[in-house]
Design a protein around this ligand. Structure first.
Ligand SMILES: Nc1ncnc2c1ncn2[C@@H]1O[C@H](COP(=O)(O)OP(=O)(O)OP(=O)(O)O)[C@@H](O)[C@H]1O
Length: 357
């Protein structure tokens, strides 16, 4: 069993808080993304799990094997925790094969039974990451994507209980990044590797992970499935951080918010509003849709004029000026788009989120 348990973990750098009271459980074989802005404590959390930073409070364990607590830390090499760094950091004087096999025993005595076992494992991993023809190459003869594959194979070689990936795709160009990260996520799932992936890229976290841990100022703001953190953010900060939002002022009345888009059904987050109370309505741009069938007088809707279109191929972001004043953004599939200047009747197709004003 290789469930990773982090319980009320805190790491202090003198007077600076690295992470504070973070609790999360990564199930065996699960891929969890740790998402947060720069400086929020993502790397600190990973370093603590790797045994490179001591805890000032809490505990870290894999299954029922305790790894870190304020009273002691199992050294990094004995934790069964693998690490894939941001830059591949391969050993320049070793071949691809020897880089992959670096943490395997039997390296010194080639040819013996252990040496043969090691070679077989290197070949198996090289094939797994799609580098079977390149084991004899030097690291400086690899592309950035190939080097990252070697770093992944090297980390997987000793069959770690838990794999930590610290922004492993950040240095790659967009097209390569998207392809490689999908491949790596599939590979980790196939291998059943319990993995924690640090990223500041919302799309990366939402598309790859089984669950996402959103961190802010060293604290865990939300831990949930990609759908939960996107559709039901725990706070207005998470709502803004994990995706685009449209924000409107309004008044709460019987489960709806009366605002510039009409009377929009909404769920209150983190508070219980009174009827008549001022609230802030948050919507995702794709929750707003044109509804030509909706009567102009309908309470759930508003008239608008398209003032701008930002085309992204698969979809487009439209800026619309509501006749009631505010400007909203709306995301539509780029199949049949309206024109700039066109008048639309807009409605909200799913309940919005109401936050305290
Ligand atoms: N060695 C250190 N000494 C003192 N403070 C540190 C040290 N390392 C990190 N910090 C502070 O701890 C906090 C968390 O830093 P951390 O590197 O974990 O953030 P991060 O989320 O990984 O950021 P980034 O995405 O920019 O890498 C920050 O306020 C940072 O300034």
């Amino acid at each position: 069993m290789s469930e990773l348990v982090v319980e009320n973990a805190s790491v202090d750098y003198g007077s600076t808080v690295g992470v504070a009271d973070v609790s999360l459980r990564v199930n065996s074989g699960e891929l969890v993304a740790v998402l947060g802005p720069s400086g929020c404590g993502k790397t600190t959390l990973l370093l603590a799990i790797a045994g490179l930073l001591p805890l000032s409070a809490g505990r870290i364990a894999v299954g029922d094997r305790g790894l870190s607590s304020p009273s002691g830390t199992v050294p990094p090499e004995k934790r069964g925790v693998g690490w894939v760094p941001q830059e591949a950091s391969l050993f320049p004087h070793l071949s691809v094969g020897d880089n992959i096999g670096f943490a395997l025993s039997g390296g010194a005595r080639r040819g013996g039974a252990r040496g043969r076992e090691r070679s077989a494992r290197i070949a198996e991993l090289a094939e797994l990451v799609g580098l079977e023809g390149l084991v004899g190459r030097a690291p400086n003869q690899l592309s950035g994507g190939q080097a990252q594959r070697v770093a992944l194979a090297r980390a997987l070689a000793p069959r770690p209980d838990v794999l930590l990936l610290d922004e492993p795709f950040a240095a790659l160009d967009t097209q390569l990044r998207v392809g490689l990260r999908r491949e790596v996520a599939e590979l980790l799932r196939e291998q059943g590797t319990t993995s924690l992936l640090v990223t500041h890229d919302q799309e990366e976290a939402l598309t790859l992970a089984d669950r996402v841990a959103v961190i802010r100022d060293g604290r865990l703001e939300q831990f949930g499935t990609p759908e939960e953190v996107y559709q039901q953010p725990a706070s207005d900060w998470v709502a803004r951080f994990v995706g685009d939002v449209v924000e409107l002022e309004g008044e709460w009345r019987h489960g709806r918010v009366s605002c510039a888009l009409g009377a929009v059904e909404a769920a209150a987050v983190g508070f219980t509003p009174r009827d008549g109370e001022r609230v802030r309505l948050m919507l995702r741009p794709e929750w707003i849709v044109p509804r030509p069938d909706l009567l102009a007088r309908a309470a759930a809707g508003a008239d608008a004029r398209v003032s701008g279109i930002s085309y992204a191929g698969h979809d487009a972001m439209l800026t619309c000026d509501l006749v009631t004043g505010p400007r909203v953004r709306m995301r539509l599939p780029a199949v049949e788009l309206p024109q700039v200047g066109e008048e639309l009747r807009l409605a909200v197709q799913r309940p919005g989120l109401a936050f305290a004003a």
